[in-house]
Design a protein around this ligand. Structure first.
Ligand code: PMP
Length: 307
């Protein structure tokens, strides 16, 4: 459970100023609160270092552009601010939440004259995380909106309304999360993470369609699987394909690689169960853990002079 007391002493950075979190309140007239349109990121901090933060800040800026506004700060500048916030708040293991939103200046739905606010928070929401858990999922009753209808490459608050509904429905039925299908009944992703299966010695993930191409998904495809001499096959997948899967897992910045124990489909009354001790899955998890701990900051550490 999120504990506000534990974060109320933090320093945040907002609109080019470091300040105590408790000093800041958001104007209730803020455009993004009414019409959505905030964009945000989640970056994981391991041993005091942010993992792949440059990639996250580049996605952050692209998310804003895709929904019609521009973040003036460079990704490199935001990386440096993040490193400073991690130090100021003495965070060793934690999470970074950059967010940008339209302010209260323009009440038209376009919000074209709103000021763009940018804030970064660094905190540790992982203090009660269970080690290497295995998830029980269901199949959501809601389907994904087709990709012609919304910009899935934008990590924008508007797209998260459905994740919130589906996650709450899953939790109320004692599942941990939901797998979401598209209009053609193809598997897409879970509410806040990407989906993979292992069949024999092969790794599969849904081909990109109406979901976020997560940075952890890309890390598994481009870094982790090749380290194990594997290639991830990106292909359309239906629930019936899960019969052939030995193991399954989710990927996301917050939790890394998380094992799936089972997926229950209400429509066919079928439960798909997976081997949570699968060797290849264990190797992927170990390789990912080592990779994030060894990842270096050199890409951003020469940029001090730009601040
Ligand atoms: N899909 C959705 C909808 C998400 O919110 C996230 C978390 N950002 C992911 C996938 C995984 O993305 P990443 O690996 O970049 O955290």
């Amino acid at each position: 459970m999120f504990n506000f007391q534990k974060i109320s002493n933090l320093y945040i950075w907002q609109n080019n100023r470091f300040m105590p979190l408790k000093e800041k309140h958001i104007n209730v007239f803020s455009h993004s609160l009414h019409y959505s349109g905030a964009v945000f990121e989640g970056i994981r901090v391991y041993k005091g270092k942010p993992f792949k933060q440059l990639e996250h800040y580049e996605r952050f800026k692209k998310s804003a552009e895709l929904i019609g506004y521009h973040i003036d700060y460079s990704s490199e500048f935001l990386c440096k601010i993040t490193e400073q916030l991690i130090n100021i708040n003495s965070i060793k293991s934690g999470y970074v939440r950059p967010i940008a939103w339209r302010g209260p200046e323009d009440w038209h739905v376009s919000g074209g004259n709103c000021k763009i606010n940018v804030a970064i928070l660094v905190y540790n929401p992982f203090y009660d995380e269970k080690p290497n858990r295995a998830l029980k999922l269901n199949v959501a009753q809601w389907k994904k909106i087709p990709s012609e209808c919304v910009p899935y490459d934008s990590k924008s608050s508007g797209l998260y309304m459905m994740s919130t509904i589906m996650k709450n429905e899953a939790l109320s039925r004692s599942f941990d999360d939901s797998i979401i299908l598209d209009q053609n009944n193809c598997i897409t992703e879970a509410t806040t993470s990407n989906f993979f299966v292992i069949a024999g010695e092969e790794i599969y993930t849904p081909a990109l369609s109406c979901f976020l191409n997560g940075i952890t998904r890309q890390t598994v495809i481009n870094d982790i699987a090749p380290m194990l001499n594997k290639r991830v096959h990106e292909k359309e997948m239906q629930l019936t394909d899960l019969v052939n899967a030995n193991a399954a897992f989710l990927t996301g910045t917050a939790s890394g690689i998380v094992r799936i124990q089972s997926i229950y489909d209400d429509n066919s009354k079928t439960q798909f169960s997976f081997n949570i001790e699968n060797n290849l899955l264990r190797n992927l998890q170990t390789t990912y853990k080592n990779f994030v701990l060894q990842h270096d900051l050199s890409k951003t550490s020469t940029l001090q002079s730009q601040i």
